[in-house]
Design a binder for this molecule. Structure first.
Ligand code: PEP
Ligand code: MG
Length: 593
């Protein structure tokens, strides 16, 4: 069978979400079904085609079992159990019967018949309102993708780049938490996705892998084949498939310089984070999973400034018990001592939906039942999490933080439940930090406007710019149709951050930023100038940001922030900030071309 292998260089433009340049072989991780060619067959080919399907199913079964075994060893039986459902899908005789009938009726290749039938199943599941059943569409496509690849490359060669090569670039439609669990992280050197935006949670996860990553590439499934040579330029948001010798010649020295930069930055691992004139900034890291703690330490972050607990909650239900949560948080607390960890209570809702809780789709999930609203409506479950966080605080500096705060009452109610949780532990004689610090995420404009009131109830603010930009400017953070309007430098956002910082300091508490804008090095001078005390970023960004901060003078930043607050357009704010950044640390800012 001939395939439309495109060998000439193809450039795809997306959004760079993790800087750096790397090259490797394409490993396609597919949710997007690989569309086979529509090929007609003769009646004599029917039996051999059935045989091909039988073989492909058998190979797929072995591959899934091997993957399951690997995940069992690295992540435990619960993570591995999702593959039981995948194995069952391979045996589904109704579906397989339909595939064969379709081939016989249409006299088309088994690949085409399989693709058509599976696509129909997945599409009809996607239309069902039950989110659990809708999710099954992803499982079906996941399995079907493997079968289609095994039909196309019967020797299993499509797996080779992922398993055998030193450098693989993972290309996927999107990235789910369970995808990242399956990665062999040492071998993955770059990451590119069709979907996603700079602040989607999938992008955030890619960021934390400490490799260049580009999202929002829209469509590459027919452009790139497994094993193709791929270059990812995370600075420019560029993915080059089968780069020409000319491109490789141009990029060769850049990759060399990039490696040099990474080497130089590593000397800052144990350094303090301070401006050139000595103003200390706390520089911590954001994590979604405990296994990222290695990167946090390797990058010299001052603890964890945001632990998004909902991710393990979504992927591993067993962690919902108090003991299991405690065990998980304790690991983080111990690893982050003495700097500490900020454990954010569940921020479910928005694009992070737990099927059991979100049975009915919400018309506007980002404006709906999300974050602390969900927790306050389920006080017993909320207290389970609060007790677990408190228990972890006995093992290392731990702070607790409430997400999605939109009014003072929510902070007070959350604090009351925290006090109840403390009393319950006292009654049980379980130790915890009596003075555990409490923080509120400031990510909704109404919280900014009552920040003085909120500040009196808690010990710190952490500004969630991912949401603050979305809610201040009415731009959906995950909708790439409006990605061009998503601007952290919007004067309204700058003013919100200014007001928050003022309110924090007026009330004697500290203020950090933990949204993705904290790692945008073009804006670092503004954050320093606005008086931000802490920046929490993806682990991959820590050393670059430490270097950038060390090149800035506080007074210059204060003057810049003042000037920025006189501007009316995001572009103008970005221009003046980028200019100061560009003069101060040009080598960190862009692909050095
Ligand atoms: C934010 O909104 O900036 C934030 C850090 O929280 P999340 O991205 O998890 O919503
Ligand atoms: Mg948020």
């Amino acid at each position: 069978m001939s395939h439309p292998v495109i060998r000439e260089e193809t450039r795809l433009q997306g959004i760079g979400v993790s800087p750096g340049i790397s090259c490797g072989q394409a490993a396609l991780l597919g949710k997007a079904l690989l569309e086979p060619e529509e090929r007609k067959i003769t009646v004599q080919e029917i039996e051999p085609e059935k045989e091909r399907l039988k073989n492909a199913l058998a190979v797929t079964r072995v591959q899934i079992s091997e993957l399951q075994q690997r995940i069992m060893e690295t992540a435990g039986a619960d993570h591995a159990s999702i593959f039981d459902a995948h194995l069952l899908l391979l045996e589904d005789s109704t579906v397989l019967g339909e595939v064969v009938r379709r081939m016989e009726m249409d006299l088309c290749s088994i690949d085409w018949a399989y693709f058509k039938i599976i696509s129909q199943y997945a599409d009809s599941l996607r239309k069902i309102s039950d989110p659990y059943l809708r999710e099954r569409a992803i499982d079906i496509e996941d399995v079907a993708q493997r079968v289609l690849k095994n039909l196309r490359w019967p020797d299993g060669n499509w797996l080779a780049p992922k398993m055998n090569e030193n450098a693989s670039i993972v290309l996927a439609r999107d990235l789910t938490p369970s995808d990242t669990i399956g990665f062999d992280r040492d071998k993955v050197k770059g990451f590119a996705t069709e979907a996603g935006s700079a602040t989607s949670h999938t992008a955030i996860m890619a960021h934390s892998l400490n490799i260049p990553a580009v999202v929002a590439l829209h469509d590459f499934k027919n452009t790139c084949l497994p094993g193709d040579h791929v270059l990812v330029d995370g600075y420019k948001g560029l993915v080059i498939i089968n780069p020409s010798p000319d491109t490789l010649n141009k990029y060769g020295p850049l990759i060399e310089r990039e490696n040099q930069l990474v080497d130089n930055l590593s000397s800052l691992k144990d350094a303090d984070t301070a401006t050139a004139d000595g103003k200390r900034i706390i520089l911590s890291a954001n994590i979604e999973f405990v296994d990222e703690l290695n990167v946090v330490a390797a990058q010299g972050a001052e603890g964890v400034g945001l632990y998004r607990t909902e991710f393990f909650y979504l992927t591993d239900k067993t962690l919902q018990s108090e003991d299991n949560q405690t065990e998980n948080y304790k690991r983080v607390a111990e690893a982050c001592d003495p700097h500490g960890v900020i454990i954010r209570t569940l921020d479910l809702g928005g694009d992070k939906l737990l099927p059991e809780l979100f049975e009915e789709p919400q018309p506007n999930p980002f404006l709906g039942w999300r974050g602390v609203r969900v927790s306050l409506d389920r006080p017993e479950e909320f207290k389970v999490q609060l007790r677990a966080i408190l228990r972890a605080s006995a093992f290392g500096k731990t702070r607790v933080m409430y997400p999605f705060i939109s009014n003072l009452g929510e902070v007070q109610d959350a604090n009351s439940l925290l006090e109840e949780a403390k009393n319950e532990l006292r009654d049980r004689g379980v130790p915890f930090d009596e003075h555990i610090e409490r923080g509120a995420m400031i990510e909704i404009p109404s919280a900014v406007m009552v920040a003085d009131h909120i500040a009196r109830e808690i010990d710190f603010f952490s500004i969630g710019t991912n949401d603050l930009v979305q809610y201040t400017t009415a731009v959906d953070r995950v909708n790439d149709r409006v990605a061009n309007l998503y601007r952290p430098a919007h004067p309204a956002v700058i003013e919100m951050i200014h007001l928050t910082a003022e309110a924090a300091h007026r009330n004697g508490i500290w203020v950090g930023i933990c949204g993705e804008a904290a790692s945008d090095l073009r804006l670092t001078p503004i954050w320093i100038g606005l008086g931000i005390d802490e920046l929490s970023v993806g682990p991959a960004q820590v050393l670059r940001l430490r270097k950038a901060i060390s090149c800035l003078s506080t007074q210059e930043c204060i003057d810049l922030a003042k000037e920025a607050r006189t501007k009316g357009r995001a572009r103008e704010v970005m221009e003046i900030s980028n200019k100061l950044a560009g003069n101060s640390y040009p080598e960190l800012l862009e692909s050095p071309s």
